[in-house]
Design a protein around this ligand. Structure first.
Ligand code: GLA
Length: 516
C-alpha cells in the first residue's frame, strides 16, 4: 500500500513532463544561445564576449573579460523575458556575488551587471564559433610551490622613492631621470634612499613573441636603468600576476618567466608585484602563495643569470597573513594594507593599526605599511612627523612618494634626519610596537642593536596633551641618557613630562640600566 502510494506520487510529474515534451519552450534553444561579441566596451572589466548554450532546458554560459577571463553564469534562468544570472564578485565581503541580466533587443544582447567597482552596461552583436575561438581566454597553470627561496637582500628596510603617490600613471622616462638627479642633488641618496621605482603605467603591448614592451613614455628601458645606475642608485619596476595591473595595464599573467627575464635584461633591481586582477584567479592562500612563488623563483633565476639581484616587493594588501610566508616566496617586503592616501586619518589607521605583525619582520623581510606621503601637502608638519616616526618605529620600508624636485627645506629635513633614519635602519631589525596606551596617547618602543631603545610618544588626539615617559616603557630600570630624535638635543635624564602636539609625536632614543 505504502509502495503504491509512492509510485503514484512520483509518476504524476513524470507523466506531465512527457506530455509537455516537444512543446515546451524550455526544451528548445533560447533566444540567448550563441556567441555574442562585444567591441569597445569600457576597459574595466573589458567584456569581449558572451557565450550561452542551452540543453534540455538547462542554460549555461559565461562572460569573457580582459581582467578576469571567463566569468561563469551562476543559476542562469529566464525571468520576465530576461536572462538573469549571478556572477562571482570579488574584494567585497558584503557582495560575494552580483546579479546580472541579458536582454535581447533588435538581435543584439544587452548585458548588464557589476563586478567589484566596474559597471557593465554593453551591447553585443552575434558572433560565430570561430570568433569565440579567437576571443577565448588563454588559461595558464600555476606551478606547485617549491622549496623556500633564500635571500640575502634587504638586511635593513629598503629606502627609496616610488612614482605612484605623486604621479600615478602619469610617469615617464624624463621624470624618472629627473627624480634620480634630484635624489642625488638633494642629499637624499647619501641619506640612504637608494631605489628609484617606476610604479604602474610604464607598460605597452606584448610583441609577437610575447615580450612586453614599454609604452611610448619609456623609449629605452636599458638606457634608463643605466642612467639611474650611473647616479649610484638602483631602479625598480612594477607588475601584477593578473592579466591586468591595478591601473589597467598589461599584467604578467601567462608570461611570468618571460617578464622576469625582461626586467632582468633591462637592468632592473626591484619588482613590486601587485595582486590586481590576479585575485580573481588566485583567491585562496594556496594559489596566492604559489603565484608569488612563481615570480619570486623567476626573479631569482633571472638575477642569477644577469648577476644583478632583484628585490621582490609583494603587494597583496596583507591577505592570508602574508608575513608568515612572504620570505618563502622570495619576498623582502610585503604590503600589510590597502593603499595609503595623503591624509592623517588614513595614514594613522595604517601606521598605528595595520602595520603588520611584528613577529614576521626582521632582516631580509619587512612588513610594508605602504609608501610615504611626506611632501605631498595633505598633512601638517606634525602629522608628517608622526608618519615618519611611525614608519621608523615600525622598521618599515621608507619609499618616498613626492616630487623630489619640489620640496621644502622642512620636508627635506624630515626625510633626512639621520637619527630617525637610524632607528628605521637599525641592524637588529625589530619592528617596534605600542607598549602603553592612555586615552589619545600611545607609547611605542623599539629595541636597537647597540642596546639603546627608541621610544615614541604619539598623540592621536586633536589637542596637545601631556605625557611622561618612564624607564619601564623601554623595559629598563633606569635611564642615564636621552637623545631627542627630532631635535638632536641630549640630556642625562628624562624630563618630568612632555607636551605632545595634536596628532604629533615626541621621539627619543634612551640608554640605561636593564631591569634585573
Ligand atoms: C595598487 C597598489 C598601489 C599602486 C597601484 C598602481 O593600488 O596598492 O600601491 O601600485 O596599484 O596601480
Amino acid at each position: 500500500m505504502k509502495h503504491a502510494l509512492i509510485k503514484a506520487a512520483t509518476l504524476a510529474p513524470m507523466l506531465a513532463g512527457a506530455l509537455l515534451a516537444g512543446t515546451s519552450p524550455v526544451l528548445a534553444k533560447t533566444a540567448y544561445d550563441g556567441v555574442w561579441l562585444f567591441d569597445d566596451t569600457p576597459p574595466t572589466p573589458g567584456v569581449t564576449m558572451m557565450q550561452i548554450t542551452s540543453k534540455g532546458g538547462k542554460i549555461a554560459g559565461s562572460v569573457t573579460t580582459k581582467w578576469y577571463g571567463p566569468v561563469e553564469m551562476m543559476n542562469p534562468h529566464i525571468e520576465g523575458g530576461v536572462l538573469k544570472f549571478e556572477a562571482r564578485n570579488l574584494n567585497d565581503r558584503d557582495h560575494p556575488t552580483r546579479s546580472w541580466s541579458v536582454a535581447i533587443e533588435d538581435g543584439h544582447a544587452h548585458l548588464k551587471g557589476r563586478i567589484w567597482e566596474s559597471e557593465v552596461d554593453s551591447t553585443g552583436r552575434p558572433g560565430t564559433a570561430k570568433d569565440a575561438k579567437a576571443r577565448a581566454f588563454q588559461f595558464t597553470a600555476l606551478p606547485a610551490m617549491g622549496t623556500p627561496i633564500p635571500s640575502k637582500l634587504a638586511a635593513t628596510p629598503p629606502m627609496g622613492w616610488s612614482s605612484w603617490n605623486k604621479f600615478a600613471e602619469h610617469i615617464d622616462d624624463k621624470t624618472v631621470r629627473a627624480m634620480a638627479d634630484a635624489m642625488v642633488s638633494s642629499g637624499l641618496r647619501d641619506a640612504g634612499y637608494i631605489y628609484i621605482n617606476i610604479d604602474d603605467g610604464w607598460q605597452g603591448e606584448r610583441d609577437a613573441k610575447g615580450v612586453l614592451q614599454p609604452n611610448a613614455k619609456f623609449p629605452d628601458m636599458k638606457a634608463l636603468t643605466a642612467y639611474v645606475h650611473s647616479k649610484g642608485l638602483k631602479i625598480g619596476i612594477y607588475s601584477s600576476q593578473g592579466p591586468k595591473t591595478c591601473a589597467g595595464y598589461i599584467g604578467s599573467y601567462g608570461h611570468v618567466k618571460q617578464d622576469a627575464d625582461t626586467y632582468a635584461d633591462w637592468g632592473f633591481d626591484y619588482l613590486k608585484y601587485d595582486l590586481c586582477s590576479g585575485e580573481w584567479f588566485y583567491a585562496d592562500a594556496d594559489t596566492v602563495k604559489r603565484s608569488y612563488y612563481e615570480m619570486g623563483k623567476a626573479l631569482q633565476e633571472a638575477g642569477k643569470r644577469t648577476g644583478r639581484d632583484i628585490l621582490f616587493s609583494l603587494c597583496e594588501y596583507g591577505r592570508f597573513d602574508v608575513g608568515s610566508w612572504g620570505r618563502d616566496v622570495g619576498g623582502q617586503l610585503w604590503r600589510t594594507t590597502g593603499d595609503i592616501t595623503d591624509d592623517y586619518p588614513t595614514m594613522a589607521k595604517i601606521g598605528f593599526d595595520k602595520n603588520g605583525n611584528p613577529a614576521w619582520a626582521g632582516p631580509h623581510g619587512w612588513n610594508d605599511p605602504d609608501m610615504l606621503e611626506i611632501g605631498n601637502g595633505g598633512m601638517s608638519a606634525d602629522e608628517y612627523r608622526t608618519h615618519m616616526s611611525l614608519w621608523a618605529m615600525s622598521a618599515a620600508p621608507l619609499m618616498m612618494g613626492h616630487d623630489l624636485r619640489e620640496m621644502s627645506a622642512e620636508t627635506l629635513a624630515m626625510l633626512t634626519n639621520r637619527r630617525v633614519i637610524a632607528v628605521d635602519q637599525d641592524a637588529l631589525g625589530v619592528q617596534g610596537k605600542a607598549v602603553r596606551k592612555a586615552g589619545t596617547m600611545e607609547v611605542w618602543s623599539k629595541p636597537l642593536a647597540d642596546g639603546r631603545v627608541a621610544l615614541a610618544l604619539f598623540n592621536r588626539g586633536d589637542a596637545p596633551a601631556p605625557l611622561a615617559l618612564a624607564p619601564a616603557d623601554a623595559g629598563l630600570a633606569a635611564i642615564d641618557s636621552v637623545e631627542d630624535v627630532w631635535s638632536g638635543a641630549r640630556s642625562a635624564a628624562l624630563p618630568a613630562g612632555y607636551q605632545v602636539p595634536a596628532r604629533g609625536v615626541v621621539m627619543v632614543v634612551v640608554h640605561g640600566a636593564e631591569a634585573s
